[in-house]
Design a protein. Structure first.
Length: 223
């Protein structure tokens, strides 16, 4: 079991391509100390003023990582994905340096399996996840879609007709479709938690949770 990491722990980000740069930039926005590393000096210079620290180093070199203090971090993100060999070697080096939590980007399932076997605690598939999300959005049934582990999803959508104007409990949607409305967004108002007594109107948006199959079935109902 992966031990929890403090929410203020500094983060090491190796690789400043689009994914790594976005990750480092958002962590900085969240006031996390970030050490961004890339072998490309131009990228390092570009991001040196946008994150806490940015240094030029080759993550494939164990000694180079040791010299920049990678072993002192509790969390590392291996954002290199274009070269499978490089990402695997960087991950293995971080494992050797005993970094407790390693998040690694994978470009394929086979790549992800290798990363897991060498010691990555979390494997990320940004292209696949983005593709799945877009597929659900362009279908026109959902406005947003997030998949979690064990086939659990959250989706934002307009409410189907049969739950409008009645309380969620009286609609019987849980019994009939095995999904739960967890949030409701009314026009010009923030999202609020849904309760059994909540009544959804024609103008509301809802956040629905459940398995992928059940949420898709619920999203296909008449609106």
């Amino acid at each position: 079991m992966v031990e929890p990491i403090r929410s203020d722990s500094p983060v090491l980000v190796v690789g400043l391509g689009r994914f790594g740069a976005a990750c480092a930039g958002e962590l900085d926005r969240l006031d996390r100390d970030v050490l961004a590393v890339d072998s490309n000096l131009e990228l390092v210079q570009k991001w040196s003023e946008r994150v806490t620290h940015a240094v030029q180093a080759d993550g494939r070199n164990l000694e180079a990582l040791r010299q920049i203090g990678a072993q002192d971090f509790d969390v590392a993100v291996v954002a290199t994905g274009s070269s499978i060999e490089a990402s695997v070697l960087i991950t293995a080096n971080l494992v050797d340096l005993k970094v407790p939590q390693i998040w690694a980007k994978a470009t394929s399932l086979s790549h992800g399996k290798i990363l897991s076997r060498v010691g990555a605690n979390h494997v990320i598939y940004p292209e696949r996840e983005a593709g799945e999300r877009v597929a659900h959005l362009v279908s026109g049934q959902m406005l947003d879609f997030i998949r979690f582990d064990d086939d659990f999803v959250l989706a934002k959508m307009f409410p189907p007709k049969f739950i409008r104007g009645v309380s969620l409990q009286d609609s019987g949607m849980r019994t009939r479709y095995n999904v739960t409305v967890v949030g409701v967004k009314s026009p010009a108002k923030p999202f609020r938690y849904a309760e059994a007594s909540t009544v959804v109107t024609n103008h509301d948006l809802i956040i629905v949770s459940g398995t992928n199959e059940n949420v898709e079935r619920f999203a296909s109902l008449e609106r």
